[in-house]
Design a protein around this ligand. Structure first.
Ligand SMILES: Cc1cc2nc3c(=O)[nH]c(=O)nc-3n(C[C@H](O)[C@H](O)[C@H](O)COP(=O)(O)OP(=O)(O)OC[C@H]3O[C@@H](n4cnc5c(N)ncnc54)[C@H](O)[C@@H]3O)c2cc1C
Length: 400
């Protein structure tokens, strides 16, 4: 087993429980470094929903993942960890966490089970190469040549590389002729072409963010919270959007700052405000509608002078204001770097893998977890993908 993250640890445990001799090789000094930072240190380990509902949150690999998820459901994950002595709790949106709210409890439970099962865990050991011999594999580390019947690659993606996921799985997969779907940042902040530095730190609740492709077709539309950064936007609806647009080019974004009001109602409200404060500067009247700095930005985008007296604003200018509040446009110019991406989208191509994770190009070689071209939205879905693919692979190996 190459990599002792979420997928590698669980696959090793299932294999050892089934009687297999497992060598688990991890380049870090401890297991589960990424697990430690999941869910802001609380580890949202799965989502307690039906598989059908779960699949709606899978961004890439839905068809490939079906059998793995039906065979190892979110409820099975909960049973696994409760069985390992970790009491769990379920929060808003079916998000499951350890009752202690400590990811370290999840890691400790896995580590204890690895010891109890007598798994040969080699820490501080980086796998450099995997070679296929006629009936076996050779896994090369700086100080070892491990000979084995099967190899499972569970090395993760390339986001948050400081946790150990540096894309080694792609290198191993390429060595066996696998295609790699270009890795892209997912669940990450978005960078826009416009200068939004004046808006940095402004947080918006109950807004709607839509993304459009180059033909003007809606890619997605999300309602909720977002925030401006110095170069773009972030927050829950932005992270979701990033996963849905990261493989597209020429994406336009539009923020509806007042989704609860249609154009007519918003227009009437603005007109009423104007009537009540005829002799005031425009910026002082529209301030009631939007946070201060955003107010100035919106007026500029609408082509309105902030110091103009309200009684001088024309009907057309009022319409431009309404249009801008309902459709504040940005051009997507990039994704935040992998160091800020919660997951990696892309990886070992699904066309080269069986649903068990076994390679179609090299019998006995498996790929599981984030190293594969699968990803999902936030809510405990990504860890569940790691666990479910790990178990599907372990069961297949044990069957053989
Ligand atoms: C900040 C953050 C928060 C997150 N929060 C959540 C959450 O709350 N819920 C959720 O569902 N998902 C969350 N995720 C996503 C989730 O952590 C990953 O999808 C999941 O950890 C992937 O598991 P994995 O086993 O495939 O890879 P990893 O957990 O990345 O494990 C890969 C392991 O392989 C090791 N390795 C790599 N190369 C080698 C090599 N050559 N030799 C030996 N070992 C090697 C690495 O050191 C690492 O330990 C979060 C991610 C981040 C970055």
């Amino acid at each position: 087993m190459v990599g002792a993250g979420a997928a590698g640890a669980v696959a090793s445990i299932f294999l050892a429980r089934g009687g297999a001799d497992v060598v688990l090789v991890e380049k870090n000094e401890k297991i589960g470094k990424k697990l430690y930072i999941t869910g802001k240190g609380r580890c949202n380990l799965t989502n307690d929903c039906e598989v059908q509902e779960f699949l709606k949150n899978v961004v890439h690999g839905e068809k490939f993942l079906r059998s793995a998820l039906y065979s190892f459901t979110p409820q099975d994950t909960m049973e696994l960890f409760e069985g390992l002595g970790v009491p769990l709790m379920t929060e808003r949106g079916n998000r499951v966490f350890p009752l202690s709210e400590k990811s370290s409890d999840i890691i400790r439970a896995l580590a204890n089970e690895i010891v109890n099962l007598g798994i040969d865990l080699k820490l501080n050991t980086e796998v450099k190469e995997i070679r296929k011999k006629s009936d076996s594999f050779e896994v090369l580390t700086p100080w070892d040549k491990i000979v084995c019947d099967k190899v499972v690659v569970a090395t993760g993606g390339i986001s948050y590389a400081s946790t150990g996921s540096t894309g080694d799985g792609y290198k191993f997969a390429k060595g066996f002729g696998h295609d790699i779907v270009e890795p892209k940042q997912a669940l990450c902040p978005l960078i826009v072409a416009e200068n939004v530095s004046s808006l940095q730190g402004i947080s918006l609740k109950n807004v709607s963010l839509s993304a459009y492709d180059e033909n003007g077709k809606v890619i997605c539309s999300e309602f909720g919270e977002m925030m401006f950064t110095d170069r773009g936007i972030t927050g829950p609806i932005v992270l979701t959007t990033s996963s849905l647009v990261n493989r597209k080019s020429k994406v336009k974004l539009s923020v509806d700052l007042k989704p609860a009001l249609d154009e007519k109602t918003l227009g009437a409200r603005i007109l009423r405000d104007f009537d009540e404060r005829k002799n005031q500067d425009l910026k002082n009247v529209t301030r009631a509608l939007l946070p201060e700095r955003l107010n100035l930005y919106v007026l500029k985008c609408a082509g309105l002078k902030e110091s103009k007296k309200v009684n001088e604003v024309t009907k057309e200018e009022r319409k431009a204001l309404v249009d801008t509040v309902k459709d504040l446009q940005f051009t997507l110019s990039g994704l935040a770097p992998f160091t800020e991406a919660v997951v990696t989208s892309g990886g070992v191509s699904l066309k080269d893998l069986k649903p068990t994770g076994e390679s179609r190009l090299a019998n006995g070689l498996y790929f599981v977890g984030e190293t594969v071209d699968i990803d999902a939205l936030t809510g405990g879905f990504n860890l569940q993908l790691a666990f479910a693919t790990a178990v599907a692979c372990a069961r297949d190996i044990l069957k053989a």
